[in-house]
Design a protein around this ligand. Sequence first.
Ligand code: MRU
Length: 356
Amino acid sequence: MKIGSKKYRTIWFENNRVKIIDQTKLPHQFIIKDLKTVNDAINAIKTMEVRGAPLIGGTAAYGMALAVKENNNHEFIKKSSEELIQSRPTAINLKWAVDRMMKKLSGVNNDEALKVALDEAKAICEEDVKFCENIGLNGLKIIEEIYNKKKDTINILTHCNAGWLATIDWGTATSPIYHAHKKGIPIHVWVDETRPRNQGANLTSFELNQEEVPNTIIADNTGGILMQRGKVDMCIVGTDRTLSTGDVCNKIGTYLKALAAYDNNVPFYVALPSSTIDWNIKNFKDIPIEERNSEELSHVEGLDKNNCLQKVLIYPKESKTMNLAFDVTPAKYVTKLITEKGICEASSDALQKMFK
Ligand code: MRU
């Protein structure tokens, strides 16, 4: 997708280097960074220079290739794979991508390993682009159906950033939006997750602006009243881990949006590539929920009057803060899942039928 007039992906390999866009500095600064070592990849995931489940997976895949480049020794590769998997706990794509890389590398000759690793990392990223494009084409059908009845601007609420910045391209939740916008359907997006990290405000609004999709940033607590007032036609969110039961784990606050949508008969869709499905965990209480540094909550970052990035404390110095990064929306609140293979119920039968 576009930044300015130039098309970008979120991660790419160029001149023997892995390149990323540093998302901690968006929307105020656009910085491209090189990842030279597996430790650089681990650090980029931990500090959220790259984030979003599919992009975390793509970065971990390239991280494995960087490990092979640094030291193609079995012990080192194994240790690197474990450290990558531990770099963030909730998004399942991370483990999925590392396991796929390990499988691909097993039994490969030393002199071929780097090429095999780079090719596989590229394949994981290309596959994600295709999956996200298909999610968009499938989700477009839902938007078209609503538009054919309403014949007026479709108001879509999305939470956090499940946009192209969270994937390799297109996004999951935003892909149907971009496809509808390109087809000329009038769309307006309510953008939230304005706390703890401002991912909606900083990233989703930024990327929608670049694609000229009309959008409005709202405080996280505003979604409910907008739904009561009939100002939301549908919600579309992403997911970091979808259980085979259809329960979805996504950025903190998603659950409350789903409850408000349920109470107001607003359809609540979750868009996901199959790499986000966890076929093992059956009870959502067993999903590891990341607790991040409380500074993300007690401080905010923005531009000062001299246009310099500043971080300031906004709460009482002595107060404790708690910063859970994800919550789970039970399947009963999910209208449908939008996947690369089609649209299905958020249920174990429907997921099995679609993917197994
Ligand atoms: O903490 P983040 O920014 O990595 O969380 C991102 C989300 O919660 C996204 O909604 C999710 O990864 C889906 S990405 C297409």
